[in-house]
Design a protein around this ligand. Structure first.
Ligand SMILES: *[C@@H]1O[C@H](CO)[C@@H](O)[C@H](O)[C@H]1NC(C)=O
Ligand SMILES: *[C@@H]1O[C@H](CO)[C@@H](O)[C@H](O)[C@H]1NC(C)=O
Ligand SMILES: *[C@@H]1O[C@H](CO)[C@@H](O)[C@H](O)[C@H]1NC(C)=O
Ligand SMILES: [Fe+2]
Length: 483
C-alpha cells in the first residue's frame, strides 16, 4: 500500500522558523528536531536484473561512464568508463557541436582483481585545454557500440561567477538511492560534491564486491556521464578485507574514480582541491593520516594559503566524517579531525563544511570550540562569526537505512536535524550571496525542507548585512513556497 505524504502545515512552520533563525545568525537558539516520519522503501539494494543496472547494447560497449574535473580551474575533465570484454580504445573524441568531433584525446587503460573477481578494462582520459562555459559533446568506444554524451564546462574563475552545486552523500544502490538521484537530476545542479560512501559494495562478499561496484557505476551514469562529480572517499571505500586476501585500502575506489590531485600539488588522490566558478573546494580524507606533520596536514596548510577570496570568494570543505554531529550514529567520530583542523577553518573563514557518514540531515549554527585545550577547561562550543556552517548530508539512501536516533536534548549548536533521505543544492549567486536548500525525497515530489541565504564569510563582512538580510529572507521564503 502506498503511503500518501504531503507537506504538513506544522512542518512548513518548522522550515520557515529554522530559516529565520539562521538568517539572523542568532546562535544559541534552541534548534529544531524535525518530527517528520517518513514512509520508507525497504533499505535493500535494487535487484541485479533491474533496468537501472542495464548493460548498454553492443559488443564491448563502454559502461559506467563518469566525468570529474581534470585540473585546478575547470578547463579540463577526466572521462572514465569500463569496457567489459576487451581493452578496446581509450580515445575520447570531442567537439562543440553534435556529431562534430573535431578533437581527440588518448587515455589509459587499467584493470585489477579483487578476490577472484576480475574487473573490466577501466579507462581514464584527460581532456584538457577546454573553453570555459561551453557545451562539449564526446564519443567513446568504437563502431556500432560507441556511445555519445555531453557536458558543460563551468564559467571562468571569477568572484561573481554564478554556479549551482549539488551535494550528495552515502548514496548506495537502493530504491531510496534511486529516488535521491532522480530528485537531484530535477534540480538545477551543475556539478555534484560527493561526500563519500559510493556503492556500499563492501557490504557484499567474494566476487559480489566487484560486481556491485559495476552495478553502481551503471546506476549513476545517468548523471555522472553528463556532469562532473567531485569525489571524496568514505569508510565504505576502504575495503580492508583480510579474509579475502584484500588488504590494500581504497583499491576498487582508486582504480575506478580518478581525481585531479596533482593539479593542487597533492601527493595523494584521496585529498585535493579544485577551483570552479567562484568556489574553492577542498576535499579531505577522513581515513588517511591527518595529524600534525602528515602529508595531508602539510598539504592542507599550503592549500589554505593558496585560497584567494578575491578570485574565489566561496571556500567549501568536503569530508566524510562530520565534525559536529548530534546523532547517536558515529557520535564524536569527527572529534580527532576537529582538534587538528578546526582552528584553521575558523582562521580562514571557511563558508561551509559538508560531511556525510551519518544517515540523516543536520545543520549547525556558526560555532567553534577552538578555545578548549587540555588545561583551559573551556569545553563548550561557542557562537563564532568566523566559523563555518557544518552540514551533514549523509542521507543518500544506502542499504544501511536511516540514523533515526538523535541525542536529546538537541545541543545548542545544532540548528536543524531530521532523519530522512535527500540531497542538497548550493546556488552561488555572486560573491556575497548563495542560496542553500536541503531537499527531502518525499516519495515522488521534491520538497525543500531546510533553506537559507548564505552570506559569504569574506565579502559578506563588508556589507550592511542586516538590511540586506530582511529583504532576502522575504524573497527566499517566496522561493520556498513555490519550490
Ligand atoms: C588485465 O588484463 C590483461 C589483458 O587481458 C590480463 O592479461 C591481466 O591478467 C589483467 N590483469 C589483472 C590484474 O586482472
Ligand atoms: C589553553 O587555554 C588557556 C585558556 O584559554 C590559554 O591561556 C592557553 O594559552 C592555552 N594553551 C595553549 C597551548 O593553547
Ligand atoms: C549578489 O546578489 C544579491 C542577490 O541577488 C544582491 O542583492 C547583491 O547585491 C549581489 N551582490 C553583489 C556584490 O553583486
Ligand atoms: Fe560512512
Amino acid at each position: 500500500m502506498a503511503a500518501v505524504i504531503r507537506m504538513h502545515p506544522m512542518l512548513l512552520q518548522l522550515t520557515l522558523t529554522s530559516f529565520v533563525f539562521l538568517s539572523c545568525l542568532r546562535n544559541g537558539n534552541a534548534g529544531i528536531t524535525s518530527t517528520f516520519i517518513r514512509s520508507e522503501y525497504p533499505s535493500v539494494d535494487i535487484p541485479l536484473d533491474n533496468k537501472v543496472f542495464a548493460v548498454p547494447k553492443g559488443h564491448n560497449a563502454p559502461q559506467q561512464v563518469h566525468i570529474t574535473q581534470g585540473d585546478y580551474d575547470g578547463k579540463a575533465v577526466i572521462i572514465s568508463w569500463v569496457t567489459p570484454d576487451e581493452p578496446g580504445t581509450s580515445k575520447v573524441q570531442y567537439g562543440t557541436s553534435e556529431n562534430g568531433y573535431k578533437f581527440s584525446a588518448e587515455g589509459i587503460v587499467t584493470n585489477y582483481t579483487f578476490y577472484k573477481y576480475k574487473s573490466g578494462y577501466i579507462h581514464h582520459c584527460l581532456v584538457d585545454g577546454l573553453e570555459h562555459d561551453t557545451k562539449y559533446y564526446y564519443k567513446i568506444g568504437s563502431g556500432d557500440s560507441s556511445r555519445e554524451f555531453w557536458f558543460t564546462t563551468p564559467p571562468k574563475i571569477d568572484p561573481n561567477s554564478r554556479y549551482t552545486f549539488g551535494i550528495i552523500g552515502d548514496l548506495g544502490q537502493t530504491f531510496n538511492s534511486l529516488s535521491t538521484l532522480e530528485h537531484y537530476m530535477q534540480s538545477k545542479g551543475q556539478a555534484v560534491l560527493f561526500l563519500g560512501d559510493l556503492s556500499y559494495a563492501d557490504r557484499y562478499q567474494y566476487n559480489e564486491v566487484g560486481l556491485r561496484w559495476d552495478t553502481w557505476g551503471r546506476f549513476v551514469e545517468q548523471s555522472t556521464a553528463y556532469q562532473p562529480w567531485i569525489w571524496s572517499a568514505g569508510n565504505h571505500e576502504i575495503e580492508f578485507m583480510p579474509y579475502l586476501g584484500e588488504v590494500t585500502p581504497f583499491k576498487s575506489y582508486l582504480q575506478r574514480y580518478a581525481t585531479p590531485y596533482l593539479a593542487s600539488k597533492s601527493s595523494n588522490p584521496l585529498w585535493y582541491a579544485i577551483r570552479r566558478a567562484s568556489a574553492h573546494i577542498i576535499v579531505l580524507s577522513s581515513y588517511s593520516p591527518f595529524v600534525k606533520y602528515t602529508p595531508q596536514w602539510r598539504w592542507l596548510e599550503e592549500e589554505l594559503k593558496r585560497v584567494d577570496r578575491e578570485k574565489t570568494p566561496w571556500l567549501i570543505v568536503l569530508m566524510h566524517v562530520p565534525i559536529y554531529n548530534s546523532n547517536d550514529a558515529h557520535y564524536m567520530e569527527g572529534e580527532s579531525m576537529r582538534v587538528v583542523f578546526e582552528s584553521w577553518f575558523v582562521h580562514y573563514k571557511v563558508d561551509i563544511i559538508f560531511a556525510g557518514h551519518v544517515h540523516a540531515y543536520e545543520r549547525s549554527y556558526r560555532i567553534s570550540n577552538i578555545h578548549y585545550n587540555i588545561t583551559s577547561g573551556d569545553q563548550n562550543p561557542i557562537p563564532d562569526k568566523s566559523a563555518p556552517v557544518y552540514i551533514t548530508v549523509g542521507d543518500g539512501g544506502n542499504q544501511e537505512g536511516l540514523a533515526g536516533r538523535f541525542r536529546d536534548p538537541q545541543p545548542d549548536y545544532s540548528a536543524f536535524r531530521e532523519a530522512a533521505y535527500g540531497h542538497s543544492t548550493l546556488e552561488v549567486i555572486n560573491r556575497t550571496h548563495a542560496l542553500y536548500h536541503w531537499n527531502r525525497n518525499d516519495d515522488g515530489k521534491k520538497i525543500a525542507t531546510d533553506a537559507f541565504v548564505l552570506h559569504n564569510q569574506y565579502w559578506g563582512m563588508n556589507h550592511r548585512r542586516r538590511k540586506l538580510k530582511k529583504h532576502y529572507v522575504r524573497k527566499s521564503l517566496e522561493q520556498i513556497a513555490i519550490y
